[in-house]
Write a protein that binds this ligand. Structure first.
Ligand code: C2E
Ligand code: MG
Ligand code: MG
Length: 427
């Protein structure tokens, strides 16, 4: 009987566990995923996808020691088993070697392509002494790796296990097919005048089996699988569709949509945005797209071009989560941004932590020096709101004003705030 690769791997893991248990030695499971493989197949075709997988497997084999084992378990997932390792550093080195080997292009018949990968690592017996749990831990680490600049992560017990990526990926597909998402809106106000400025649109997904799944868990998975393209189209269109029913104020209420890092190098992005604006009759200047610092890391030239094109449409560009990445001042030179959002991790403790306060102060000065509006996100109390007001920050967002809420609640909120809230909050 031919075994499913996953079952065969499970057997192999059980064997390794039995051997290592006796000798008190460690072994490592490296779960390796080729990034954006789904997208690769769509662009280059499935035949090229298959050739890429074979070529990738050969590269892994070249790197492996004699005792290491390589398994292809699903789609673009590979597992490398490293028996008898001395310490975690050994596995880190292996991960770095694998990722380093991807720096050169793959030659696939008529074309040469570049790919990247992410690696999740779990160790026996440190992280689990059972085959199934060990795989689950490698899965959890892989989700961490998607978010890590180094593209690999070792399982950390400090982070709870999550539902597996496969569950989320297939449930997400169903959610996409049925448009099972909802958009919540969180208000933003001018700190100095207290007037309503706009709202950030935040996606919500209520998954039947799992319940509410946080966007910072499923968005990275969707980015990895390529599903983010469809989700983003849904988000932009839903935001425009809902915005048109908001109360009309003398200053139109801006709506900010988060744009995944991966979207900037997507060829149809600018058309998608323009179409959504036109269909719903929203003036281009009313839309803001939030990008994070890492957006330009992947394909700098294409991303910059997309930003220039969006800017030419009159759409606003905001730099989200500022301060958490690796950008320098040079980052601003070429980006047509209008706005900078100081990450909530600095805002949260700025009253207790002098360093955070100093960072916030410096970022406000710097951004304003570049002619950018500054948004502080994550303002949870009146004292922090006041402090940011005194520092000359432009726009406020956070639980102190309101938590993200569904469309109808947001409309009610606007009406109530417009009636009396502005005076209350602007002192
Ligand atoms: P973000 O863009 O930085 O969004 C702000 C996050 O901070 C939201 O979390 C919001 O609920 C939370 N927040 C706002 N005020 C406060 C506060 O006072 N205290 C605290 N503790 N948190 C506050 P949420 O909605 O869970 O979103 C998390 C992240 O998921 C977002 O971070 C964004 O990166 C991503 N995301 C959300 N919706 C979308 C979407 O439609 N598309 C894409 N690509 N990413 C999205
Ligand atoms: Mg945001
Ligand atoms: Mg943010």
């Amino acid at each position: 009987m031919i075994k499913e690769p996953r079952d065969a791997l499970q057997d192999q893991l059980n064997e390794l566990i039995a051997e290592h248990r006796n000798t008190q030695k460690q072994f490592a499971v490296l779960l390796i995923n080729i990034n954006h493989f789904r997208q690769f197949n769509i662009i280059h075709g499935y035949a090229s996808g298959d050739r890429l997988l074979s070529a990738f497997q050969l590269r892994l084999q070249d790197l492996a020691r004699e005792q290491d084992q390589i398994w292809r378990i699903a789609n673009s997932d590979f597992v490398m088993l490293l028996p008898e390792i001395l310490n975690a550093g050994h596995t880190t080195l292996a991960a770095i070697k694998i990722l380093g080997s991807l720096q050169g292009p793959f030659q696939l018949e008529d074309r040469s392509v570049n790919i990247s990968a992410s690696i999740g690592i779990a160790l026996f017996p440190e992280h689990a002494d059972d085959a199934q749990v060990l795989m689950l831990r490698a899965e959890t680490a892989l989700v961490e790796a998607y978010n890590d600049i180094q593209s690999y992560a070792i399982y950390s017990a400090a982070k709870p296990d999550r539902v597996t990526r496969w569950d989320i990926e297939s449930d997400l597909q169903q959610a996409i097919d049925r448009s099972d998402f909802e958009l919540y809106f969180q208000p933003q106000v001018h700190l100095q005048s207290g007037k309503l400025f706009g709202a950030e649109a935040l996606i919500r997904w209520q998954n039947g089996d799992q319940g509410f799944v946080r966007p910072d868990i499923f968005i990275p998975i969707a980015e990895q699988s390529g599903q983010i393209y469809e989700i983003t189209k849904w988000t932009i269109n839903a935001a425009m569709w809902l915005t048109k029913d908001w109360p009309r104020l003398p200053e139109p209420i801006k709506v900010a949509v988060n744009l995944s890092t991966k979207m900037l190098s997507e060829p149809g992005l600018v058309e998608t945005v323009q179409q959504a604006l036109s269909i719903h009759g929203i003036p281009n200047g009313q839309l803001t797209l939030e990008i994070t610092e890492s957006a330009l890391v992947e394909d700098y030239a294409a991303s910059l071009q997309a930003l220039d094109d969006l800017n030419a449409l009159g759409v606003n560009i905001s730099i989200d989560d500022f301060g958490t990445g690796y950008s320098s001042m040079a980052y601003f030179k070429n980006i047509p941004a209008n706005e900078l959002k100081i990450d909530r991790s600095f805002v949260r403790y700025m009253l207790e932590n002098r360093m955070d306060q100093h960072i916030v102060k410096t970022l406000i000065k710097m951004a304003q020096g570049f002619g950018l509006a500054v948004v502080a996100e994550g303002i949870e109390d009146a004292e922090t709101y006041q402090a940011l007001h005194d520092l000359g920050c432009d726009i406020a967002q956070g639980y102190h004003l309101a938590k993200p809420m569904p469309q109808q609640d947001f409309i009610d909120w606007i009406t109530a705030y417009h009636d009396d809230g502005a005076n209350r909050l602007a002192r």
